[in-house]
Design a protein around this ligand. Sequence first.
Ligand SMILES: [Zn+2]
Ligand SMILES: [Zn+2]
Length: 190
Amino acid sequence: MRSITKLNLQYAHRFYNFKGEAQYLHGHTGILTIEVEDTVNPGVNMVFPCNEIKKTAWNILQNFDHALVLRHDDPLLPAICDVYEKQGIRNGAPNNLMTGPAFHTELATAYPECRLVVTKETMTVEGMIKIVYDLLKDKLNIVKLTFISGDNTASQEFPSTLSMSRCPCCGIAFDENGICPKCGCRRNSN
Ligand SMILES: [Zn+2]
Ligand SMILES: [Zn+2]
């Protein structure tokens, strides 16, 4: 069965060199739907608690929220960094608190200190699905991602690759030592 969660990301981007209005800087509220598959954990009668899926995803994906997402070769990138630098916010600001851990993958690099994500490819809805899967595939058994941004929607199914052993009391995955990070109970301790 599947547990399904949704999260919103508000961001600015543009399609550099695209022959249309989207080549101009603009913003969206993007809606990401994450579908996680596993057996139903009989203890809690859930695949996975949706708020825990959201927490795991948000920890990383908050770097896209209130962020500017630009392709690595976009000339706006050095221009924006220059403005941020002169304004003194390039390396952080006291009220820039909603920052996730900086990440660097083949497809995207996050600079949480200035709410910037630099991508290898144009950040279309399709591009975002590739980036998100790459960031989360080792943390969640994602079998489908859907991303809606304005009038655009993309969705992709993925093979089931992980099966997690989960706490019968809380429903979350045991850590590498077989201990529940939430309630502290041990795997197979009955
Ligand atoms: Zn757009
Ligand atoms: Zn537990």
